[in-house]
Design a binder for this molecule. Structure first.
Ligand code: NAD
Length: 518
């Protein structure tokens, strides 16, 4: 990479035990995907030793932090919310520049992160367990959540502000301490976020930041013996590796949010205008680089021609370009390998006899010359065995229109992929959406909406290759705590549940004496 270092480029730092550390060894470049000649900053390439130091700092601070009043922990999140509100515009610009999503979407992501922080603050005064009845009148039973310990938070580049907060928020509120490894594609927004945690007053060691590649820093963190939970969002391939590491360790758990082949399903009674709008947003918002992006639009054959015509017509009007231009719909791809991957799937679609309706290819306008810009690729593909492009995640502006003849067949097509993250059904018939609700494999379902878009107080997760059943955002609390059962006896004698005798042959007399009234 022969990029020019931007004037005022960032010198990235790692944050360990409450202190910022400049790079002492190798660094990596943070590249602007819309202007690839621009190096936005240089960041330490975190090593296994850095990870050791960060995990040790998190472990040292764990006991003091878990003993800190939960309400006090919550108040620090209120401070953090105020700081994010103060810096919203600046954070949105940082995000749009290094990630490439358009400024309005970058701002929406900062607001989503803010909502998560506000939610976490609000839950600080909520119950941490339950009081339940015992079989025995003289006993009280409690269920109480306890923190697990050190949580590793490893996140992707496509939601580099909101997703870390979905994980750091519940982890820290519940009394865990954390080590955060942001994506190497978006290190600046990760570092800014940690600076705000520091400014908000989180004690040294409760949040630590290690930069670097997945293969070195991420891997060392995920396999570290003193990490109790790995909260990971990213690709299926890396998630599967992390699941194996966790399975091999006695004490480790993981919460995985992975890839998808999400879909919009357009039923024969659909409002066509709404259907086209929902499909456009689902397929091309964020240049198709959302985990929930629709790689497929399933369309009832009766509507196929009309839908395809409208969809292609409107897709051609979408503007892809500079994320800071307010007339632009979507920005660049994140990097060259993302571009190559989409182009190879476009080629594969042709090999698999797709009927190609639109092939945007690499964009070549003067405003595109310096960036990783791709245009939309739209095709019709019949559902047949072994067609890869309608089953595998592509992660870019590549969408298949797949015809179907009945609702039952649409369900079968929808489920015929290894993933199960997000599904939207477009229909005016409540009986129809109930069928899809009950028969499709997904974590997030929508009716008459795009299959993208989330609110932080809902669980966010998927099934099959899309996750391991530990949803994120508000629901992450289940992954970063364990539930303890706690039983207190108020009687003077021991009475066992299920009618089991509490007497032993040796202590019959003694216990009879003990049971006499005092
Ligand atoms: P990725 O899996 O390449 O990287 C994610 C993170 O894992 C990065 O921080 C990376 O450095 C790290 N990593 C890479 N190799 C590692 C290893 N061996 N050990 C430990 N960590 C490692 O994913 P990406 O390209 O950053 O993001 C795109 C993927 O994320 C897509 O598949 C998308 O669907 C998925 N995603 C899922 C959700 C969800 O909630 N389900 C949300 C956003 C993105």
């Amino acid at each position: 990479m022969a990029g020019s270092i931007l004037a005022g480029a960032w010198q990235g730092r790692q944050f360990i035990a409450g202190r910022w550390h400049a790079a002492s060894g190798e660094v990596f470049e943070n590249i602007n995907p819309a202007q690839t000649e621009q190096v936005l900053g240089l960041y330490p390439r975190g090593t296994a030793d850095d990870v050791d130091a960060a995990v040790a700092a998190a472990r040292r601070s764990f006991d003091a932090w878990r003993r800190t009043s939960r309400i006090r922990r919550g108040e620090l999140f209120m401070n953090l919310a105020n700081l994010i509100r103060r810096d919203t515009d600046q954070l949105a610009e940082v995000l749009a520049r290094e990630n490439g999503k358009v400024l309005n979407e970058a701002r929406a992501e900062i607001i989503e992160g803010l909502h998560m922080v506000e939610y976490v603050f609000g839950t600080a005064r909520q119950p941490v367990g339950q009081v339940v009845e015992s079989e025995i009148a003289g006993k009280d039973l409690y269920v109480r959540r306890k923190p697990r310990g050190v949580v590793a938070v490893i996140t992707p580049w496509n939601f580099p502000f909101a997703v870390p907060l979905w994980m750091l928020g519940p982890s820290l509120l519940e009394g865990n301490t954390t080590v955060f490894k942001p994506s190497e594609e978006t290190p600046e927004i990760g570092q800014r976020l940690v600076q705000l945690f520091e400014e908000a007053g989180f004690p040294p060691g409760t949040i630590n930041l290690v930069h670097g590649t997945g293969e070195v820093a991420g891997d060392a963190l995920a396999r570290h013996a003193d990490v109790d939970v790995v909260a990971f969002t990213g690709s299926y391939e890396v998630g599967a590796h992390i699941r194996q590491l966790a399975a091999a360790a006695d004490h480790k758990t993981c919460a995985l949010e992975l890839g998808s082949k999400s879909a919009v399903i357009v039923c024969q009674d659909a409002d066509l205008r709404l259907a086209v709008n929902a499909a456009l947003l689902s397929a091309f918002k964020t240049t198709g680089q959302r985990c929930v992006s629709a790689g497929r639009v399933l369309v009832h054959r009766k509507l196929l021609d009309q839908f395809a015509r409208e969809f292609v017509d409107q897709t051609q009007r979408l503007k892809f370009g500079d994320p800071f231009d307010p007339t632009v719909f979507a920005g660049p791809m994140i990097n060259g390998s993302g571009v190559d991957k989409v182009l190879s799937y476009n080629e594969l679609a042709r090999q698999e006899q797709a009927q190609v309706l639109l092939d945007g290819g690499r964009l070549t306008g003067p405003e595109h010359a310096q960036g990783w810009f791709l245009g939309p690729f739209v095709y019709v593909q019949e559902h047949r065995p072994a067609v890869r492009t309608i089953r595998e995640e592509v992660f870019g502006p590549h969408v298949a229109i797949v015809p179907f003849d009945s609702d039952e067949q649409a369900v079968e097509i929808y489920n015929d992929t290894p993933y199960g993250l997000s599904m939207a059904v477009i229909t005016e018939d409540y009986r129809r959406w109930r069928l899809y609700r009950d028969e499709c494999d997904y974590g997030m379902g929508y009716v008459n909406l795009p299959c993208i878009g989330a609110e932080v107080h809902l669980p966010f997760g998927g099934v099959k290759r899309s996750g391991n059943g530990q949803p994120s955002a508000a629901a992450l609390v289940d992954a970063v705590t364990h539930k303890t059962a706690f039983t207190v006896n108020y009687d003077r004698k021991i009475i066992m549940a299920q009618g089991m005798s509490a007497e032993t042959s040796d202590n019959t007399k003694k216990s009879a004496r003990n049971n006499e009234p005092h």
